[in-house]
Design a protein around this ligand. Structure first.
Ligand code: MSP
Length: 656
């Protein structure tokens, strides 16, 4: 459908009724990742985001603030733009629907449809929801409440202009059936299909009498009315191409858009209103409308009244833009709902970013500094271990990354990148370069290992760049190379061996410092930060002092496997006051657990005890040592007592 040398991606334009939150950041970050990826692939990208400034919501917000709607929009707009700069959003344009250029395109389209008799005037009586700015029919309304937002509706009768949307029902059905990737994910496509196959599509009221709403674009054929905000807003995807500054005339090069990213709540307006508007205007439909899921916060719907709205600015301040970007796209498959918790985010930062990628970079650079005077060595012949890592790295860039990103499977793309990071860290553990450094006869092998580590990191920086652009850049500069990430680096297949021996590395500050518990620190959301379970091993620790945690269901609790374990041996982890390395028996298997109980217990006192562990916790590294589980203890920042079983119970017995 669209050409192969351009890529046009859009986000919804956001209502300026309040400051931006995590939901706005989510779509915009996802769009940015695709924009950056396609630029790497050599396409000319047009990435559009912006603001929806008309309509009742904005008018009400301005009235509440006691200012003129335009003044209100002008005051809030910079907050969105500033956030996008802080999150490293690389949009090519920023549209505001109060721009004159946009308004004139909307009026032109309205006039065209009016002239073609596709817009007509009629009277309408129905149940109106002020919040959702829409009418509902008698059968939609339950107990006088809006079926969508559950607020009371009122009966309203008025004359309005209607767009003959209903006549496109079959054409739209055919289009959705013919192009399976027009509406994604599949489950959402089926919802829209189901609706269109079972219900009659009505016409759409595209005007509002000025007596009820004045904040909008005047209808070109009747100045008693303004345009319905959705008709106005959807047109932004095309008006931007016409009037925003672009080097060459853009609409015929970029339209139809490749991807409209939207949240699941605004899929119908895009899949049905926008598509039929385009059909009426004889314009091609976008290639894909992708509806992503919604974030809850600590298991609850995010809302101002609950005080749990996640402020992306605070995330950037406290945890960094890259970490926030990574977490949002790694945590939840795009298209599904997800839950945001600070504990979850800190856990991911520590395990994936600090212990995974950060550790790989820091050990590589430290070894090159210490054993090669900071100069990247020339590798000797590759052995099977190096070939294996080379193969995994190259196929990540040439196969897995394009496959997943082009399907908008961000979490899978990240999983694939982190799989290679894990392989690389395992390769380092197995080849033990610090031991090789001790013997002159291993000098060549050491050089091979160090080169392989550095070259893997170079390739990983390319793969991870769309999601964590600042860190990717930092990896390259620490490796001593200058990489222009805005050039089409992935246009052709990536080959191993891009790093030149004798390059001088520049070890810099740690990419992702581990986040340790800071009791009393300010929370990063306005909300209550969930309390950290009193688990002794210091893996993911909350950033702030916690009020009560959200309730969980029994099913959620049952996911955690608690088992008894007998302590076989215990020793302190060198250079740590707090950590003790335990070897424990679970009856049929033996595990190594690193527990943060060293301030309370001497290792010898632990041997022989039957303790309780979380046995299905993903292994994590603490000070470079793998921990295969977690012991339970009472206490918060300081451990006060270990959970032990007095009775004679077999190790490996389930605890519930
Ligand atoms: N102005 C319209 C869009 C017009 S597009 C032509 C609008 N604006 S909005 O500001 O209310 O919402 C913008 C986006 O934020 C929607 O895609 C919505 O799904 C998303 N989110 C709002 N809350 C969200 C979460 N809690 N989680 C994820 N995204 C959510 O609708």
């Amino acid at each position: 459908m669209s050409r192969d040398d351009t890529f046009y991606i859009t986000t919804p334009i956001y209502y300026v009724n309040d400051v931006p939150h995590i939901g706005h950041a989510y779509t915009t970050i996802a769009a940015d990742v695709l924009a950056r990826y396609w630029r790497l692939r050599g396409r000319e990208v047009f990435f559009l985001t912006g603001l929806d400034e008309h309509g009742q919501k904005v008018q009400q917000a301005a009235a509440k603030a006691g200012v003129d709607p335009q003044v209100h929009c002008d005051k809030l707009a910079p907050q969105f733009e500033k956030l996008w700069r802080r999150l490293n959003i690389s949009n090519n344009a920023f549209i505001r629907t109060t721009d004159d250029g946009h308004k004139s395109v909307v009026q032109r389209y309205l006039q065209q449809l009016y002239d073609k008799k596709l817009i007509y005037k009629d009277s309408y009586t129905g149940w109106y929801c002020t919040f959702d700015e829409r009418f509902w029919t008698e059968k939609d309304v339950e107990n006088g409440l809006c079926p969508d937002c559950k607020r009371p509706v009122e009966q309203l009768s008025e004359h309005n202009y209607f767009f003959k949307m209903g006549q496109y029902q079959n054409q739209l059905l055919d289009h959705i059936k013919q192009y399976p990737s027009f509406i994604r994910p599949e489950s959402r496509r089926n919802e829209v299909l189901g609706f269109l196959q079972t219900q009659k599509l009505g016409d759409l009221s595209i005007s509002r009498p000025k007596s009820r709403l004045s904040w909008g674009i005047e209808l070109p054929f009747d100045n008693n009315y303004v345009t319905y905000v959705w008709f106005d807003a959807l047109v932004n995807y095309i008006s931007a191409l016409e009037y925003l500054p672009l080097e060459k005339p853009a609409s015929n090069r970029f339209w139809p858009a490749n991807v409209h990213l939207v949240g699941k709540d605004i899929l119908t307006t895009h899949a049905v209103y926008w598509s039929t508007m385009l059909m009426a205007l004889n314009l091609p439909l976008p290639e894909t409308i992708f509806a992503h899921g919604w974030w809850t916060v600590d298991g609850e719907k995010m809302s101002k009244s609950r005080g749990n709205v996640v402020d992306p600015n605070k995330m950037v301040d406290e945890l960094g833009a890259d970490a926030f970007r990574y977490f949002l796209l790694r945590e939840v498959p795009f298209g599904q709902d997800g839950d945001f918790s600070l504990t979850g985010m800190v856990a991911r930062i520590n395990s994936d970013l600090a212990n995974g990628l950060g550790n790989l970079l820091s050990r590589t650079l430290t070894l090159i500094e210490r054993t090669q005077a900071g100069l990247l060595p020339a590798p000797g012949p590759m052995r099977p271990a190096e070939r294996e890592l080379e193969q995994a790295t190259v196929s990540l860039l040439n196969e897995a990354l394009p496959r997943h990103l082009e399907q908008l499977e961000f979490h899978r793309a990240l999983e694939a990148i982190w799989h290679v990071i894990q392989l690389a860290n395992q390769y380092v553990d197995k080849t033990a370069p610090w031991t090789l450094a001790k013997s002159a006869s291993d000098a060549e092998t050491l050089r091979t290992v160090l080169y392989t580590m550095a070259e893997t990191l170079r390739c990983l920086s390319l793969a991870a760049y769309p999601v964590i652009p600042t860190s990717a850049q930092s990896i390259c500069s620490q490796l001593g190379i200058s990489v222009e990430f805005t050039s089409p680096l992935l246009r052709s297949k990536i080959e191993w061996g891009g790093l030149k021996p004798d390059t001088l590395i520049h070890k810099g500050p740690s990419l992702f410092p581990r986040i340790e518990s800071k009791p009393g620190a300010k929370p990063v959301t306005e909300s209550s930060v969930p309390s950290q379970p009193t688990l002794a091993a210091p893996t993911a620790t909350a950033v702030s002092a916690p009020p009560a945690p959200p309730q969980i269901t029994i099913d959620e609790f049952m996911k955690i496997q608690l088992k008894t374990a007998r302590v076989l041996s215990a020793e302190r982890v060198p250079k740590s006051e707090k950590l003790i390395k335990l070897q424990v028996s679970l009856g049929t298997e033996q595990r190594q657990i690193i527990a943060g109980i060293g301030k309370k217990y001497e290792p010898d006192a632990l041997v022989g005890k039957t303790i309780v562990i979380v046995s299905n916790l993903k292994p994590a590294k603490l000070m470079g040592i793998e921990s295969q589980g977690m012991v339970l203890a009472a206490g918060d920042a300081d451990v006060q007592g270990l959970l032990t079983i007095q009775e004679k119970v077999d190790p490996g017995t389930k605890v519930k």
